[in-house]
Design a protein around this ligand. Structure first.
Ligand code: C2R
Length: 340
C-alpha cells in the first residue's frame, strides 16, 4: 500500500507531536509514512525523501519541527504537493517555530497549523485528500461529529454534576434541546458563481485588496472562484447563507483582520479545507495567532500576514493533487513563466 501522507520530524524529540498526528491518521485509516530528517543537519536526506516520496505518489507532506523550524519550508522547495507545517513548542512557547513556518515567501506556502497541533495537521491533510477521495471525506465528516458529540456530552458529564444553590441546569436542558441545522435561504443567495471551486470570503472592505490578488492567480491557473465581502458578526445570517450556498466549493479562503472571526466561523459551517489569510489593521496589529491557534478538530491552514498570494497557491496545490493540468500551470507560475 503506497502511503498518501509523509510525516517528517526534525528530530526524534518531536515524537509526541507526531503521535497526535498518527493517532488521527490511524483513526481515519489513511496510510502514511514517518521519517526523521533535518533540513539543517541532514539536508540531502530531506531532499531525497521528498523527491522520491513525491514520485512514489505522496499526496501531502507534514513537517513537524521546533526552534528555527525551516524543515517544512525545505520540504516545500522539493515538491509541488501541499506541505503542512506543525510548529513545536521547544523554546519561546513555540513562537519561534511558528514564525519560521508560517512566514514563507510567495510562491512557496506552508499550510501552518497551531503550535503542537499534530492532530489538526492530520485532519487538514485528510481534508486535502478528501477533495478527490469521497471515502476519506466521509471519514473526516464522521470525525468532526465525534468532536461535536464530545462537546455536547460534556454538559452531562461536567455541568450537570455541579451542585450549586442558584445554578439552574434544568433550564434549557441540552439533552432535550432540539438543535436545527441552518438551511440555505434560496431567496437570499448572494454569490455570483455557485459552482466555483474556491470561495473567498473577506471580513471587511479594507481587506479586499488581498482577495483581488488571489483572484488574479486563480484566473491564471484556470481555477473558478467566487468572492464575497461579508462580516460573520455584523451580518451573521448573510455569512451563513453564503457559506451554505457555496455547496460545490472545494476550498474556502477566509481573509480577516481583527479577531479572525471569518476563518473561525467558516470551520463550523463546512467540512472543506479552510485557508486563512491574517491581515494587519490600521494600527499595524496582525492577526496571525488568532487565525492559526485553532482547537483540535477544526484546523485553519494559515499563511503569512497579508500573504494572500500564498493562499491561492495552497488552493491550487490541493486541487493539483489529482489534476495534471493545474500541476503544469502551477509549475509555470512558480517558474515565473506566467506573468501576474
Ligand atoms: P534535538 O532534540 O534533536 O536537539 O532537536 C527539531 O524539530 C527539534 O524540535 C531540537 C529541535 O530542533 C528542531 N530541528 C529543526 C530542524 N532540524 C531540527 N527545526 C530543521 O531542519 O528545521
Amino acid at each position: 500500500m503506497t502511503p498518501k501522507i509523509m510525516i517528517i520530524l526534525g528530530s526524534g524529540s518531536d515524537i509526541d507531536i507526531a503521535e497526535k498526528c498518527m493517532n488521527i491518521l490511524e483513526k481515519l485509516e489513511i496510510p502514511y509514512s514517518l521519517k526523521i530528517a533535518s533540513a539543517h543537519r541532514t539536508p540531502d536526506l530531506v531532499r531525497e525523501l521528498v523527491e522520491q516520496g513525491t514520485n512514489a505518489g505522496i499526496e501531502v507532506f507534514i513537517g513537524i519541527a521546533g526552534l528555527a523550524a525551516h524543515l517544512p519550508g525545505a520540504i516545500a522547495a522539493y515538491t509541488p504537493r501541499p506541505v503542512i507545517g506543525v510548529p513545536v513548542d521547544v523554546k519561546t512557547s513555540g513562537i519561534d517555530a511558528l514564525q519560521s513556518i508560517v512566514q514563507m515567501p510567495y510562491p512557496s506556502p506552508i499550510s501552518t497549523v497551531g503550535i503542537d497541533r499534530g492532530d489538526n495537521a492530520a485532519i487538514l491533510a485528510a481534508q486535502y485528500i478528501g477533495i478527490h477521495d469521497e471515502e476519506v471525506r466521509e471519514k473526516v465528516i464522521n470525525l468532526r461529529k465525534e468532536y461535536a458529540e464530545k462537546v455536547i456530552k460534556s454538559n452531562e458529564e461536567i455541568v450537570d454534576k455541579i451542585e450549586k444553590k442558584f445554578l439552574q441546569n434544568d433550564f434549557l436542558r441540552i439533552k432535550n434541546l432540539e438543535i436545527n441545522e441552518i438551511k440555505v435561504n434560496e431567496e437570499e443567495i448572494c454569490c455570483k458563481n455557485q459552482d466555483a471551486e474556491v470561495a473567498i470570503i473577506v471580513g471587511r472592505q479594507a481587506d479586499v485588496v488581498n482577495a483581488k490578488k488571489i483572484t488574479v492567480i486563480l484566473d491564471r491557473l484556470k481555477i473558478t472562484h467566487d468572492t464575497k465581502v461579508v462580516c460573520p458578526i455584523r451580518s451573521t445570517k448573510k455569512f451563513t447563507n453564503y457559506v451554505k450556498s457555496m455547496k460545490n466549493a472545494k476550498i474556502f479562503i477566509g481573509i480577516s483582520s481583527n479577531s479572525s472571526q471569518v476563518t473561525g466561523g467558516l470551520v463550523g459551517l463546512t467540512d472543506r479545507p479552510v485557508i486563512g489569510v491574517p491581515c494587519t489593521n490600521e494600527n499595524n496589529d496582525d492577526y496571525m495567532l488568532t487565525t492559526v491557534s485553532m482547537p483540535p478538530g477544526v484546523p485553519v491552514a494559515t499563511v503569512g500576514i497579508n500573504n494572500s498570494k500564498n493562499a491561492a497557491v495552497i488552493a491550487a496545490e490541493i486541487l493539483a493533487i489529482n489534476d495534471p493540468n493545474i500541476t503544469e500551470l502551477l509549475d509555470k507560475l512558480k517558474d515565473k513563466k506566467i506573468n501576474l
